[in-house]
Ligand binder design. Sequence first.
Ligand SMILES: Cc1cc2nc3c(=O)[nH]c(=O)nc-3n(C[C@H](O)[C@H](O)[C@H](O)COP(=O)(O)OP(=O)(O)OC[C@H]3O[C@@H](n4cnc5c(N)ncnc54)[C@H](O)[C@@H]3O)c2cc1C
Length: 415
Amino acid sequence: MDPNNVFDVIVVGGGPTGSTAARYAKLNGIDRVLVIEENSSVGSPVQCAGLLSAAALRETDMEPDASFVLNSVKGADVYPPSGKRMRIIGKEIKAYVVSRKMFDRQLAAKAAETGAEYLLKAQAVGLEDTVLANGLKYKALKIRHEGALKTLYTKVIIAADGVRSRTAKSAGLKPCEKVLSGIQFEMNYKSNDSEFVEIFAGQEAPGFFAWSIPVSKTVSRIGLAVDPKRIQKDQTQNISACDYLNLLLLNPVIKEKINPGILDFVVGGIPIRVMEKTYAVGLMVVGDAAGQCKPISGGGVYTGAVAAKIAAKVAAEAIEKNDFSEKKMSEYEKRWKKEFGRELEIGTHAHDYRMKLTDKEMNELFDTLNDPEILDLIAKYGDMDRPSVLIQKLMLSKHSLKMAKLFGTFIKTLL
Ligand SMILES: Cc1cc2nc3c(=O)[nH]c(=O)nc-3n(C[C@H](O)[C@H](O)[C@H](O)COP(=O)(O)OP(=O)(O)OC[C@H]3O[C@@H](n4cnc5c(N)ncnc54)[C@H](O)[C@@H]3O)c2cc1C
């Protein structure tokens, strides 16, 4: 084995999860850490609306500054199928609108500062048989780098290669069961209030929701995600996610504010179910690759960063003890599930519950929630990353009876 091709940890994928894993692997004292990224630059193409909670920034150790934060939002205007607006006004900044390109690059720069190495235009194409050298078992990772095939050797692989993770598949792990199709245009858009996102929870986006996220007073990201199976089932005339987005632009709330011309175009998948198993011998799967996106919002930067740090710690322990067994790697899954497994589970139930509601039921739900006291609770306790906090507060409030009636079947699925 050429020593130049031998590493302690190889992270596949230079997205926010991969760079966080690499940085924490170095901070945990691991010697040679390599990130391989198939694209020729970190952070592009972007596959994100760029709305990050304060917790997501904290978890990635990023201070919200002008180098990547473009705007901040305090609340949301939510439109149910009836079109009747429900305004949620937060008392403080609830989320930041960021340039994902700059955010991802800064995370990579921070990882490189700790000594992590980056190899761009390097695509992981599969795993080969384990190799024994100097009494140690190395995983052999086949990559295509600038057109040529070569093999790298490593003690641990952290698969952070996004929603269609080829690395997890090569390790024989079952992929996520449900992936939504996301699509977004960045457009000139005269926001009435650039501190509020707009959410459309009706037929604009079957299987999820549509949004407009203000980048500034004059530019917004207008997008949606749909469940491909739903639009297939509904379709009599081959309608795609892009067709739904074009229809959204005709929605009166949006139409009156847009100016023609698309400034940026984003497409990507959003995993809604976590993988059945997120580890194998000498390998851990993190972030979107593991399906760790939040099923209510589709956001995955926060959970990816939490999982990345746990994977880095387990990798360091494994290297110290020279134990790369399934049992050792399974500690990663136990720990991430302890941190946010329950939140993902509750989010999945909430997602499934919402998907079963008819437009009429959705309107009734919003009519009930559109009560000043309930909106106050939502504004105070609504947490993009931990929806269970709000559910608990609502159930313990004086509106508990109303809530039990509304969410009765949903609550039952949680017990
Ligand atoms: C339309 C849309 C809007 C979204 N909006 C938000 C939002 O507002 N807020 C939020 O938190 N999340 C949002 N998300 C989700 C968010 O983008 C992801 O959760 C996040 O990017 C996950 O980070 P990651 O590092 O796990 O994966 P990714 O960001 O997907 O990074 C994976 C990296 O691996 C690389 N790669 C893939 N395969 C290989 C390979 N074989 N070899 C080498 N490299 C490889 C890719 O090029 C990529 O750089 C959105 C997603 C979509 C599609």
